[in-house]
Design a protein around this ligand. Structure first.
Ligand SMILES: [Zn+2]
Length: 85
């Protein structure tokens, strides 16, 4: 999934105003100042904490993630990716 061009440019401008080096997140392409991991904060948190959340949260956590996946409109996301190419 990729973020909108407007969000991307606002985020890049934020880091440039602060004088922080930044790179696109390898997952969502949102500019991030985490140049070593190349993960924005949100992607890093999901990748590093989802397994623990599912483990300690039990069925409630699993249901939350299932609902989020069901509600995600992946077709629209993939269509947007295709339009950018
Ligand atoms: Zn990201």
């Amino acid at each position: 999934m990729a973020v909108s061009e407007q969000v991307r440019s606002l985020r890049a401008a934020h880091f440039e105003a602060l004088g922080f080096p930044h790179v696109p997140c390898d997952v969502c392409e949102l500019p991030t100042d985490k140049t070593a991991t190349k993960r924005c904060d949100a992607c890093w948190e999901v990748e590093h904490r989802l397994a623990a959340y599912l483990r300690v949260g039990g069925e409630g956590a699993r249901e939350f993630v299932r609902r989020a996946l069901d509600e995600a409109n992946f077709d629209a996301m993939f269509d947007a990716d295709e339009r950018r190419r």
